[in-house]
Design a protein around this ligand. Structure first.
Ligand code: ZN
Length: 579
């Protein structure tokens, strides 16, 4: 490919809306183009890299025996009503109507569609197991699309669904996908960690996220260096403080604490550690039609953070059906007082108490009265929870839930996820098979996603420097860029064309920069677009000498044309299937 002929427009300036390196660089290299907020198109080089990720995904999926199909992005509402997700998915589901007023959505995932296929086509245990997948465009109407391909409203995703007779079969399907994902992300050149994850809105019983570790990822991961524990902070279990069994309960007492609305202020005022206080968080909940249907007060130890994912799971409601409460409204309904809410004097509201609080004695909590707190508050005697469970967030330095060592935190980009769905969809949608004993059984399902376009962003996030992208060979749009210093010069043209031919014959993909630009401009662009191997054809072309440089290294070497070609072919062959 000749760069002078390529549809390419690079940008010198950093685009205004881009904040993180992958977004900035994919826009600056002209590999992606924004259409509207959260929706991007792919230009020739960007699309080539997307296709290479897809090829890796396809090869590894096929290797497991999974079969590729292709379903429509448009899905009828009826199937989503059967699974219950039409009302539960919330505003991220991109709903549309056809000309007759019939409801559809643009699919964010395809559980319903694949379950529908299988319930129609599979009837006997002899047809199981099966794994079907597709690589396809998905839609999620994000409230705040950001970070370019990282959180966009339209994206390419690989989604696979496994169908088994029983949970042992599912365990094997799950492990096969887990292993395939490990190979896929390794081949893509990503530094990643599989972590235990929350099941979120999809439901089910077991899941892992594949997190590419970066400084800018949207997920926060807690991990342990002493053992294998790795989990999103949404999910990570916490060790409760040791219960104070030997401590005697003191009499409850109301104290005047003027103006102490925060935990810090009240702890300072009373001269007690934050660990002796109880923090309150107030929420309003909504029904399926977004009407308010109740209040929730959650209580954790004063130095802890309430974990929204754990709270939502404890309440058994979807994420979009809970919000922080309007305190004035909530005050009338429940008696709470902003900044002075405690668990002892609330009414008409569900009380969720973190699992360690019942073991802690003589705590300080709000009195539900302006400028007053209660001291010596004790669980059982002074207050009770409707739900008592772990609703706190595992913080950096807290003890590891597996081994007790202090945990570390890192950020990550979720590039893939594997779920054990079990029989959630097959039962709701009646996807059954007849077993060896002629008995009807629900098919046991798993689902497995890879964000293909998000993986592209994660790769750039991990492989770049101040000058631009540094593509791993396995996903680079081209393997080699030949920089011809003086296009039109007979000797240089000949050396360039010969090398291009030899490399392409060996299956190496070559981009020739034959633009009549200053060398500085050409080298800057080459660094920006990040082609892994750069061969410069200049003054020494008549002597058969060229300059050879890898994008990921500083070193430049003068090599004979033959040696440069041989080195490039050897390196590409070594790394094209992943390092
Ligand atoms: Zn540990």
């Amino acid at each position: 490919m000749r760069l002078s002929k390529m549809h390419l427009k690079t940008l010198r300036e950093v685009p205004n809306e881009a904040e993180i390196p992958s977004h900035i660089l994919l826009l600056r290299t002209g590999m992606i183009r924004k259409l509207v907020s959260g929706i991007y198109g792919f230009m020739p080089m960007g699309w080539k890299s997307v296709r290479k990720i897809e090829d890796i995904v396809r090869e590894e999926m096929d290797r497991t025996g999974a079969q590729e199909i292709h379903m429509s992005a448009v899905q009828p509402a009826e199937l989503w009503e059967e699974s219950g997700r039409w009302s539960h998915y919330g505003p991220e589901l991109w709903r549309i109507k056809d000309r007759n007023g019939r409801d559809f959505c643009l699919g964010p995932t395809h559980e319903e569609i694949f379950t529908d296929i299988v319930r129609n086509d599979i009837s006997s245990y002899k047809q199981l197991p099966e794994n079907l997948y597709q690589i396809q465009t998905k839609y999620r109407d994000e409230a705040r699309p950001r970070f370019g391909l990282m959180r966009s409203r339209e994206f390419v995703m690989k989604d696979a669904y496994s169908f088994d007779k029983d949970t042992e079969g599912l365990d094997k399907s799950y492990q096969d996908m887990y292993d395939a994902y490990t190979r896929i992300f390794t081949r893509c050149g990503l530094y990643f960690r599989p972590v235990e994850a929350d099941n979120g809105a999809i439901g089910g019983s077991n899941s892992h996220e594949f997190q590419a570790l970066t400084s800018v990822g949207e997920s926060e991961i807690a991990y342990c260096e002493k053992c294998d524990m790795a989990a999103t902070t949404e999910r990570a279990g916490c060790v409760d403080a040791a219960p104070e069994t030997d401590v005697e309960m003191l009499p409850l007492e109301k104290v005047h604490t003027p103006g102490t609305k925060t935990i810090e202020e009240v702890a300072d005022f009373l001269g007690i550690p934050k660990e002796k206080t109880i923090k309150a968080l107030l929420f309003v909940t909504y029904d399926d039609d977004y009407k308010e249907n109740g209040y929730v007060a959650a209580f954790v130890r004063g130095d802890r953070d309430c974990n929204m994912t754990k709270l939502i799971n404890a309440l058994g409601i979807p994420e979009h059906q809970i919000e922080f409460a309007d305190e004035e409204k909530m005050h009338q309904a429940t008696g709470c007082v902003g900044g002075f809410t405690g668990p002892t004097a609330l009414h008409d509201c569900r009380i969720v108490v973190d699992s360690e609080l019942p073991g802690l004695k003589n705590m300080c909590a709000g009195a539900c009265e302006e400028d007053h707190h209660l001291i010596n508050v004790n669980y059982g005697r002074d207050y009770k929870g409707d739900i008592v469970t772990d609703i706190k967030t595992l913080k950096e330095g807290d003890p590891c839930p597996c081994c007790g060592a202090p945990v570390k935190h890192a950020r990550g980009i979720e590039v893939g996820q594997v779920f054990k769905l079990g029989t959630k969809y097959s039962e709701a949608m009646h996807a059954m098979y007849v077993d060896e004993n002629q008995k009807e059984q629900p098919i046991v399902m798993g689902c497995y996603g890879i964000g293909v376009t998000r993986t592209l962003a994660a790769i750039v996030e991990q492989h770049h420097d101040d000058d631009g992208i540094i593509w791993p060979i396995s996903v680079a749009p081209y393997h080699v860029i030949i920089e011809e210093m003086k296009p039109g010069d007979e000797e240089q043209d000949k050396v360039t064309a010969d090398m291009e031919e030899q490399l392409e014959k060996a299956g190496v993909e070559v981009l020739v920069d034959d633009r009549k630009e200053r060398p500085g401009v050409k080298f800057k662009d080459a660094d920006l677009i990040g082609i892994p191997i750069r061969i410069t054809v200049g003054k020494k072309a008549p002597d058969g000498i060229v300059e050879y440089k890898l994008r990921r290294e500083e070193e430049k070497r003068e090599l004979s044309v033959e040696d440069a070609v041989a080195e490039a072919i050897a390196l590409v062959n070594k790394e094209r299937f992943g390092m």
